[in-house]
Write a protein that binds this ligand. Sequence first.
Ligand SMILES: [Zn+2]
Ligand SMILES: [Zn+2]
Ligand SMILES: [Zn+2]
Ligand SMILES: [Zn+2]
Length: 356
Amino acid sequence: MAESSVELGFVEKRASWKLKSKFFPSKVGGFPSWLRLNPLPNHEDLICKACKKHFVFLMQVYAPILENEHSFHRTIYIFMCPNAKCNKKFSHDNFVIFRSQLPRKNEFYSFEPPEEIEKLSSSPSAEDYQDICEICGCFASLRCDKCSNKKYCSEDHKKNDWEWNHKDVCENDEKDIGKKRQKKLKNYFLLPEFELVTEIEQLPPEAPEKSDEEKMKEYRQFMQSAKAPKDLQDTQLDDLDSLMKKHDKTFNKFQKRIKLEPEQVLRYQRKGVPLWVSSENIPSNSDIPPCCCGAKRDFEFQVMPQLLNYLSLDQVEESIDWGTLLIYTCSKSCQYGTDGYCKEFLWKQDFSDSKE
Ligand SMILES: [Zn+2]
Ligand SMILES: [Zn+2]
Ligand SMILES: [Zn+2]
Ligand SMILES: [Zn+2]
């Protein structure tokens, strides 16, 4: 098999302590493991412009660029609005991306790689430098009004924690609190947590082109599967041929490529070429804004729709989804704005519904 230059990402269950900041993880869900421990992203940048809810951490990818001393450690973060109503077709306003990077010699972490010891796993962490919200893991500026022990980013999360955990223990005597602490805290806000592990994509030797008949069969199978948009599933078979010709060279290519590793949730290839899910809504150069430093942004990685299967988002009828999420980052991976976290750009491509 030939190697492509794409790194594929897969999710795996992992003990939470192994995914802390100290170990520079790539991960999905749970609390964000901040790279730069102080300052963290601004609260306002984590609030949805449409519904005012606090964004939830989706994933982070550890992606150092070793040519540059200043990006010896480098992590890209994706947050999204947890409100399904804010997930609109062909819009990416319900996401925010941050990039953080550090030189090998820095004020937070040891120069040598950390030892994997559970007892020592929570230090250093962002909590050593500032208050962190109990519910979302972001910067906290509020505290419980009664006991002032618990810390929150927002009134919303203060309320959540009160209902889910804190009302039973707030201001109770110490002995009682000790007992209650044994219980695992409830958190219905965070997404399920996984480690993201990567391996290089392997390509089979060039296969002969499929016949039209074979392609059509695959297309029909896809249309009848749950992943196809509802209105397409009802499309008459007669229309399929013209539909297929119109859109789905791109989609066929997409499907063929992911079939090699159907569980992939991430494709990483900095400055590479994304795998489009459809020929619609492909961004032109002018759709990708330059970095705040003025340099252009390049494609870095994409999140695949398979990730949705692991997030327990689709219990409700209306749900968050995507064809693919494309992350574009500063071509120079600049230091600008990295006193804290530098915002980068996400483009969402949805499955085509062939209505034009
Ligand atoms: Zn929202
Ligand atoms: Zn919070
Ligand atoms: Zn309290
Ligand atoms: Zn830049």
